[in-house]
Design a protein around this ligand. Structure first.
Ligand SMILES: [Zn+2]
Length: 82
C-alpha cells in the first residue's frame, strides 16, 4: 500500500502517492524545510498509508461480502446435512 504525506497546518498532501514510506518521509522533510523553516508544524503533520487504487474500491468490498455470504451458506448447509 502506498504512502502519502499530510500537513494539517497547510492542508497540504502529497501530489502523488509514494510507493515507499521512506519517499513519503522525504517529502515530509522537504515540505517542512520549504514551508516551515525545517520545523514541524504545530497543527501536526505525518505520513500515512492509503489505498492503492481509487477505482475498484467499492467493487472489492462487495466481492468480499458475497464471498463471505457464500462461505456462510456452505457452513449452514453443512450443519443441516447432519
Ligand atoms: Zn505545512
Amino acid at each position: 500500500m502506498p504512502w502519502i504525506y499530510e500537513c494539517r497546518a497547510c492542508d497540504a498532501v502529497s501530489p502523488r502517492q509514494q510507493g515507499r514510506r521512506e519517499d513519503a518521509d522525504e517529502e515530509l522533510l522537504a515540505h517542512r524545510r520549504v514551508e516551515h523553516g525545517g520545523l514541524a508544524p504545530a497543527a501536526g503533520d505525518g505520513v500515512r498509508r492509503v489505498h492503492a487504487e481509487v477505482r475498484g474500491e467499492g467493487f472489492l468490498p462487495a466481492g468480499w461480502g458475497w464471498a463471505l455470504l457464500f462461505v456462510l451458506a456452505l457452513m449452514l448447509s453443512n450443519c443441516w446435512g447432519r
